[in-house]
Ligand binder design. Sequence first.
Ligand SMILES: [Zn+2]
Length: 355
Amino acid sequence: MVTMPRYEYLDSSAKEENPTIIIGKNILLKIIKDEKKQVLLSDPIVKEFVSIPNLPNNSIGLMVDQLIDQDVYLDTPPLLRNIIANKDRFEQSMKEMEVFMKLFQPLIDSRFAKGYEEVIKFEEEKAKGMAEDKELIQDLFFRVKGQVDEKFVRTYEENLLSISEKFEEKTGVKIIVPSNLFVCPKCKARLWDKEIDDKKCLSCNSPINQSNIKRIPVYRVQEGIKSIWKSGLWFESYLAGCLNKLGYTTWTGVHVMGASGILHEIDVVAIKGGTLVVGECKTGKVSRNDVFNFYTKIGDTKAHFSIFAFIASFPDPETRDFVKRNPAIIRLENMGNRDAPEVLSELEQGLQTKA
Ligand SMILES: [Zn+2]
């Protein structure tokens, strides 16, 4: 027997992407979508990525982190690269500098030093002049950005390709795509988007256009994936995918008008028949506040079920016990250390529990 959905769209005059939905007799739900997020999630590679069955597992997350690291290195100027490569020594010398400053504080406080500060103030006009000197500024930009070294780019691309191969073996999904690094034809500095838009290199002032720009073809992590990985949107979309598998219609990263008239940001909204589910997803550390804020949203949206989905775990046993008392709250904890089928069956069982 096919059960008919017991919810319907109200006011046909409203935009289709921001529907008002009536669930059963008592719940009126106004959903407001975030168009930027919708566009991101509709990309075919992103769709494939968020449907990787074991995506929340730490072993996969680690590989995505590594891929994005290599991708960032491709773009990093030599100056920063050297600091990263010598990170430990850099931190050590910053500490030594702190000690040095403390030791010399009495001298810095001396009347002589204060007088010297006055001299520097007097030189402020000179400093202003320097800030307006185009040649000096160009030189600064050039030193910050440095020259693109193709050999170096190839090294990081090789790393990227080798991690990507392992990732593809494990998940069946390829998340790197062919792209280009844009370089100034004259000074060989990496070009920023703004420079390309303004058609002028900030480091050497030469004109840039589509025909003279130097392109270095290189594989990179697909832009949409970098963006959903950073924002955590991938996890919301993943949970929505699990609920789709259980027959729910879902919305990801939307605002929902609660009974109080207040708009709440809800990570996942799911509806099946007359049942409303709201989900909260956390990829990083979870705080008590996160838990209690979501509690308010659950009450105000009058959801039948709610889900806490965490890669890690509850902040402390007391918070977990507090949540445990409510059988309509499904706790999907430690997803980073578990396998997809186990999580999915726990979710399915939770949604069958009578509230
Ligand atoms: Zn240039």
